[in-house]
Write a protein that binds this ligand. Structure first.
Ligand code: ADP
Ligand code: GN1
Ligand code: MG
Length: 363
């Protein structure tokens, strides 16, 4: 495609451009796996068009990613691990040495070395995989625990659940697409749970839960799993790495890695929080995080799954009310389906909260 000839020419990629395929299933950016011919050998890169509606300050975003990946690389080098370049993202600079390129239409692009022999999964395949994903995200937090200076907040109030709740209330009042009347059950479900939105925020404000460098988008598919060994190899999708609570990360792992249903599953009988997967996540996470987690954080690990499933559900519901302007959709009412499956997760977690707390205690 013509567009990629322009993008290929902008970055310091090896070889000449052959072709591209849309890649992955992210809801925000546009990702392409691009093939190059390097002296008869095929090499791949990831070219990514950054969503500027969502990420307003691209220089700050890219500065974060540069700082984070350099720090990770330093840690990997110090630990003398095998294959460091498959364990951290590598940004490819533009010909001018910048870490992003603005194309002729004003869109922002960045490029990563493609990590071969590893895949991100949309649905968890095994308990071992759940363990590995959680271990990898915990390891990522551990690598960044001593990152000097504070990162930019690439999306202000990203996991500020109170703000997300207020956004929902505003969308209900505005009802700009005349959708409120068809979703009164979902609205009632959301509003009835207002009490939980301040729990983590209040503890953070009181200094009981520390602010740390967290990933903030710890979906299952944001860890590349080695296709041969099954190891959780590389944490990707670093746009939202910024100050936060580890509970946001653990909560999103629980949301996406304890159910074997799709995020937009319409058969809600399939959407359940599976306690065995939860146990695998907690064990994997604590394998990496036991050295830095504090008691208040540990106490809220089970709750975090309820909170982030709820928060993500109300974000989908808000977007549905606003006419599907934030998350990419492939079909009508997809955001509503996504919301319903998140709320089903909330219910499933609420039913199993005691058992989940027991598991955390036992680990
Ligand atoms: P989004 O923000 O849209 O979720 P991601 O950064 O997660 O974008 O990338 C989308 C998909 O592309 C990922 O799920 C993963 O499968 C793949 N991917 C991203 N970066 C790499 C990489 N450096 N090497 C191999 N695959 C990658
Ligand atoms: C978005 O980009 P992606 O698909 O990894 C969203 C997350 C949501 C997730 C829901 C920047 O993540 O916050 O939890 O969709 N990312 C942003 O699937 O809003
Ligand atoms: Mg992603």
């Amino acid at each position: 495609m013509e567009k990629f000839t322009e993008i290929a020419a902008a970055f310091q990629c090896r070889g000449s451009y052959l072709g591209e395929d849309p890649y992955g299933s992210g809801h925000i950016n546009d990702t392409f796996k691009v093939c190059y011919d390097d002296g008869g050998q095929q090499v791949h890169y990831i070219h990514q068009r950054i969503n500027r509606e969502v990420f307003r300050d691209v220089p700050a975003l890219m500065e974060n990613i540069g700082r984070v990946t350099r720090h990770q690389r330093k840690k990997l080098k110090a630990a003398a691990v095998a294959d460091p370049n498959r364990r951290v993202l590598t940004l490819v600079p533009t010909l001018e040495g910048e870490d992003y390129h603005i194309d002729s239409e004003g869109a922002c692009w960045r490029t990563f070395e493609f990590i071969e022999g590893a895949l991100g999964h949309d649905i968890v395949e095994s308990l071992d995989q759940a363990f590995e994903v959680a271990r990898a995200f915990g390891e990522f937090q551990g690598q960044l625990i001593d990152l000097p200076g504070r990162l930019h907040e690439t999306i202000p109030d990203f996991h500020h659940t109170r703000s997300r709740f207020v956004d929902l209330q505003r969308a209900i009042t505005a009802d700009s697409h005349d959708r409120v009347r068809e979703i009164t059950d979902e609205i009632e479900f959301a509003l009835a749970r207002e009490k939980m939105v301040d729990v983590v925020l209040d503890l953070m404000a009181a200094g009981e839960i520390p602010e740390r460098v967290t990933h903030n988008d710890t979906k299952l598919n944001n860890v590349l799993i080695d296709t041969t060994t099954g190891e959780g190899l590389c944490v990707i999708d670093l746009d939202t790495v910024m100050p936060g609570s580890i509970l946001y990360d653990v909560g999103d792992m629980i949301r996406t890695t304890t159910s074997t249903a799709k995020e937009d599953e319409t058969d809600l009988s399939k959407v359940e929080m599976d306690i065995k997967h939860f146990e695998a996540i907690i064990m994997g996470y604590l394998k990496s995080a036991s050295g830095f987690i504090v008691p208040f954080e540990r106490q809220l690990l089970a709750f975090s799954g309820r909170l982030i499933s709820y928060e993500t559900g109300i974000r989908f519901l808000t977007d549905f009310l606003q006419g599907d302007v934030y998350f990419k959709t492939q079909r009508e009412r997809q955001n509503l389906d996504r919301c319903r499956s998140q709320f089903k997760m909330v219910k499933s977690i609420e039913r199993q909260m005691d058992a989940m707390r027991q598991i955390v205690k036992a680990c």
